[in-house]
Write a protein that binds this ligand. Structure first.
Ligand SMILES: Cc1cc2nc3c(=O)[nH]c(=O)nc-3n(C[C@H](O)[C@H](O)[C@H](O)COP(=O)(O)OP(=O)(O)OC[C@H]3O[C@@H](n4cnc5c(N)ncnc54)[C@H](O)[C@@H]3O)c2cc1C
Length: 639
């Protein structure tokens, strides 16, 4: 049985959203106060949704596990946010942004959703500017933009290297206004541990209060997950250490389908692993590839100081292999090219697992001050971590786990397969296919939160105004709360010898080795066996000190890592099923003569959406066929 109905509206691509909005049902302002909405997450997606829904008059409860909503992971975004403004008069348009995203995603995203994301991008930029986000300005006073990978126009708006932080502060200000106005209630330091489904609809959540340890029940007419991505499954990634995939995973186990779980983006420009004690990797933004040139020595094992290596001994391999896009090829392409050079013995640094990102030429041409204006805080961050100044010595970079294109399957209304459960931002799968283009995530997250969900959730809620508020003593809440408590008790009872972090590191290594940048059938099968063995060991030997009461960060980690063991198996199963290469999913068995990803459109032009069948059962695969009416399927080329 195929459970998937994407509900893509009829009509020409450019008119679908406008027509759809006009056909969606509304909720009368007087009735909105009768309706409760839970929003989980306060990043760009969640803060946008919560403040807008509050302003509209719904009764909103918003949750995050940090101590304040403004610490959501969106704060880490550096390089910028896309919009099809065409301020540079360089040929940009909504259609071109749509086209770049479809091509960048290697033709594994839905045309209608992607077009809409591009369409609302201009509203997003106007909105953030209006609420005070201090975007960089050009000499004429317009907000300025720069280029990002995989495109030939300039459309990335930025606030130095702190774009996410500045947008989040803007969104936080608007959210705080609603909290003050009483339309939004903020629950920080709460972690969602289950979704409550009543008569087939999402009606609430179970959350642990991370300060008191209390297991709380919260009811609502609809639930919106804006819980971000699960890149920390690799342990070392560019994400914050507490980012996790548990909320989406709980939704999956309650009946929401999980789409393309193995589509994880590896970012080419992270500071490389420096030692085995690191708990995270730090991103150096893609924006740096506007001015930085990527190279390795032409001679294997050339240990000279990079500044002593003359021009003729340098291999600017991206410019050589991809002359049309040069250093600004998309992330999947740049990551693989770096790994290829390092595997072939040309890597630099003590481990040989890094390549240079060099600003020498840009500083000579533009001056150090101009470079500092654009990237000053990134250079500072790099110097603090490595002790080397990028003004004098090229940066060393290497690929690292970064962003999840996979996520909860949603229809055009951003609703999962559980009625009343919506997923927005990075938590859903919808817009980036098999590879996200830089600066398109903030754009999508804010677009979902501010300009899409307020319309589509009203359509769902329009027939709910007579549904009374839910009593959290109902058996469905009781059962979900007991299950959460049972799992926590089980974790605490193991009382083994190995820390949660140690297990997470070991799981991350399996995932990186076999389900990371390169994947093959043998490796993925091996990973499945290794994950199962390690999971069994975890449940026999993990040490979670303390109790359920009060602050217990080891317990928080244990809950997340226990979910990652389960999720890791689904990722490998999905990667095993998709025998083609596409975007960031590179199956070694499917490559072109020149080592590029080779799609197999005749067999795999679909979204793989997985259904949970129980703890020891194989999930069921549902396929949503992808059809391309406006963009011709072709081999992706950046040469
Ligand atoms: C280092 C870095 C730099 C980046 N730079 C860029 C960039 O320049 N441009 C760009 O477009 N994209 C960038 N990205 C990607 C982009 O930042 C993210 O995809 C985006 O911010 C995700 O936003 P979000 O609102 O979906 O979720 P997040 O900002 O990740 O927020 C998740 C929210 O959910 C809450 N949450 C999660 N789980 C639970 C739970 N179980 N219970 C309660 N609350 C929960 C968290 O507390 C948080 O509030 C970058 C990513 C990284 C890692």
């Amino acid at each position: 049985m195929n459970k998937l109905n994407a509900k893509i509206p009829d009509g020409p691509l450019a008119e679908k959203w406008t027509r759809h909005k006009a056909s969606l049902k509304l909720v009368n302002p007087a009735n909105r106060k009768k309706l409760d909405i839970i929003v989980v997450g306060t990043g760009l997606a969640g803060s946008g949704a919560a403040s807008t829904l509050g302003e509209l008059g719904y009764n909103v409860k918003v949750f995050c596990y940090q101590d304040t909503p403004r610490r959501a992971h969106s704060v880490a975004a550096q390089g910028g946010i896309n919009a099809a403004k065409n301020y540079k008069n360089d040929g940009d348009s909504v259609f071109r942004l749509f086209y770049d995203m479809i091509k960048g995603g290697d033709y594994r995203a839905r045309e209608a959703n992607v077009y809409r994301a591009a369409e609302v991008s201009n509203l997003v930029i106007d909105h953030y500017t209006a609420i005070g986000v201090p975007f960089a300005r050009d000499y004429g006073g317009l907000i300025d933009n720069r280029s990002f990978g995989g495109v030939q126009v300039s459309r990335t708006f930025y606030a130095k290297g702190q774009t996410g932080q500045q947008c989040l502060l803007g969104g936080y200000g608007a959210l705080t206004r609603q909290i003050q106005a009483g339309t939004v209630t903020m629950y920080s330091r709460r972690e969602l541990l289950d979704i409550v489904v009543v008569e087939g609809r999402a009606r609430g959540i179970i959350a642990r209060n991370l300060i008191t340890g209390e297991i709380e029940r919260h009811a609502a007419h609809a639930v919106v997950l804006a819980t971000g991505g699960y890149g920390t499954i690799y342990y070392l990634s560019t994400l914050a250490v507490n980012s996790n995939g548990s909320a989406a995973w709980k939704a999956y186990k309650k009946g929401a389908l999980f789409a393309n779980p193995s589509f994880i983006q590896i970012h080419p420009t992270s500071i490389p692993v420096l030692n085995e004690f690191q708990s995270k990797l730090t991103l150096m933004s893609e924006s740096l590839r506007n001015d930085g040139r990527v190279w390795v020595p032409k001679e294997k094992g050339d240990k000279r100081n990079p500044n002593d290596i003359p021009e003729e001994d340098r291999d600017y391999y991206l410019e050589r292999r991809y002359p049309a896009f040069g250093n600004l090829v998309p992330r999947d392409v740049a990551s693989r090219a770096a790994k290829e050079r390092c595997d072939a013995g040309y890597g630099v640094g003590d481990t040989g697992l890094s390549v240079y990102l060099d600003f020498r030429d840009a500083i000579q041409k533009q001056g150090a001050k101009a470079i500092e204006n654009k990237y000053g805080n990134l250079f500072e961050m790099y110097e603090k971590i490595t002790g080397e100044s990028p003004y004098n010595t090229p940066m060393r970079i290497y690929p690292a786990g970064h962003y999840t294109m996979g996520g909860l399957w949603v229809d055009y209304n951003l609703m999962t397969t559980i009625p009343g459960l919506f997923a927005i931002g990075e938590a859903n799968f919808s817009d980036h296919g098999a590879n996200r283009l830089g600066a398109s995530s903030l754009m999508q997250c804010a677009g979902d939160g501010y300009f899409i969900i307020p319309y589509t959730i009203a359509d769902y809620l329009s027939d709910q105004i007579k549904v009374a508020r839910f009593d959290t003593k109902r058996p469905e809440f009781e059962e979900a709360a007991n299950n959460v408590k049972g799992r926590i008790d089980k974790l605490l009872a193991v009382n083994g010898k190995e820390t949660v972090t140690s297990f997470h590191k070991r799981l991350g290594k399996i995932m990186w080795d076999y389900c990371g940048m390169y994947r093959n059938e043998e490796g993925l099968k091996k990973a499945l066996t290794l994950i199962k063995e390690l999971e069994e060991e975890f449940w026999k030997n993990v040490k979670v000190p303390g109790s359920i009461e009060g602050v217990n960060q080891e317990l928080e980690k244990a809950c997340r890592v226990a979910d990652y063991f389960e999720m890791a198996k689904l990722l490998c199963t999905d990667a095993l099923n998709r025998k083609e290469s596409c975007g960031a999913h590179f199956r070694e068995e499917s490559q072109t003569d020149t080592g590029e990803a080779k799609r197999i459109d005749s067999e795999f032009a679909y979204v793989a959406a997985w259904e949970y069948n129980g703890p020891d059962k194989e999930p069921t695969l549902h396929k949503e066929p992808l059809t391309f009416e406006y963009v011709k399927l072709q081999e992706r080329s950046y040469t």
